[in-house]
Ligand binder design. Structure first.
Ligand SMILES: C[S@@+](CC[C@H](N)C(=O)[O-])C[C@H]1O[C@@H](n2cnc3c(N)ncnc32)[C@H](O)[C@@H]1O
Length: 284
């Protein structure tokens, strides 16, 4: 949607609410249709079961099954390449966490990982985690986390944590809380691979938002809330944008930045490869 229309909608609460109600009604109709189609198809659309439309929508904003599979498959291959930039081979990492795994769109494509490796997925979405436990239990262990840290994992549990499309939704304080928590559960020299809304996505922002983002390096935009929030996730889950300069400066408390790759995740989001900092006694 052109930024002028978006700006007009946002600047007028009554219009924005009406727009939200119309969008919500259309969304419910499409959801019903998609549920009905899935039930009629009732065929194996892939080697692993396909999550129901609402769970697909929550992670991709679409009900489309082919898109769900393709984006997840591609994301998994891109994570392998990004991990190699940090000297890790995902195929033989002993312990990996998909943080904010949703209904397993990405982790399902790592089903051929080494049998002795410990793979986990974690998310706040209890419905998605229940589905993953039931249908993707052969791929990984799954756990529901609270929307604020800590998670139930011990310190130094993982060699690699990846998080696709999470830091694109958190406000600034939660972003820092979770960066600290992910550093806690990573082992020495462990890698975090996270995605962000970089310059490619900034083009769609209205001028005032762009000015704020350029000045601060970070922007958190609140859209619909409550029932009109189509994904059904809590209101804190909105849209965040970053500049590379901000990430290099502000994500470095616990991490060294190994690489920043523009549009490295499905040609849309930027990817950041970070290595957990190791503090020597002499540093204290
Ligand atoms: C856009 S979806 C991406 C899901 C998955 N990474 C993928 O690429 O398919 C964002 C996910 O972040 C999850 N999420 C939001 N806040 C979270 C938090 N504090 N901890 C864990 N997961 C969170 C949501 O429930 C949702 O599943």
């Amino acid at each position: 949607m052109p930024s002028s229309i978006r700006l007009f909608l946002r600047s007028n609460p009554a219009v924005y609410k009406t727009y939200g109600i119309a969008k919500y009604a259309l969304f419910r109709a499409k959801l019903l249709l998609s549920d009905w189609r899935d039930k009629r198809a009732a065929v194996a659309l892939g080697a692993l079961p396909i999550p129901p439309p609402m769970l697909r929508f929550r992670v991709s904003g679409s009900f489309d099954v082919d898109q769900f599979l393709e984006v997840g498959r591609r994301g998994a291959r891109e994570l392998e390449v990004l991990a190699r930039l940090g000297g890790k081979d995902l195929a033989c990492c002993p312990a990996v966490l998909d943080f904010a795994c949703g209904c397993g769109r990405v982790i399902r494509h790592f089903q051929d990982h080494a049998p002795e490796a410990r793979w986990y997925g974690s998310d706040i979405d209890g419905e998605a985690i229940r589905w993953c436990k039931e249908k993707l239990g052969a791929v990984a262990g799954f756990t529901e986390n609270d929307f604020r840290p800590p998670m139930s994992f011990d310190p130094d549990s993982f060699d690699v944590v990846y998080s696709v499309s999470l830091f694109t939704h958190l406000d600034e304080d939660d972003q820092f809380r979770w960066l600290g928590e992910l550093a806690r559960v990573l082992r020495k020299n462990g890698l975090l691979i996270a995605t962000a809304h970089g310059p490619y996505t900034h083009q769609q922002l209205p001028p005032a938002d762009l000015r704020e983002l350029t000045a601060k390096g970070f922007l958190y935009r609140v859209g619909q809330t409550g029932r009109l929030k189509l994904d059904g996730l809590p209101d804190f889950y909105q849209t965040a944008y970053h500049t590379e300069k901000y990430i290099r400066a502000r994500w470095s408390e616990h991490f060294e930045i190994v690489a920043y790759k523009e549009r490295a995740m499905n040609e849309h989001q930027d990817a950041v490869v970070l290595r957990k900092k190791t503090f020597l006694l002499a540093d204290c």
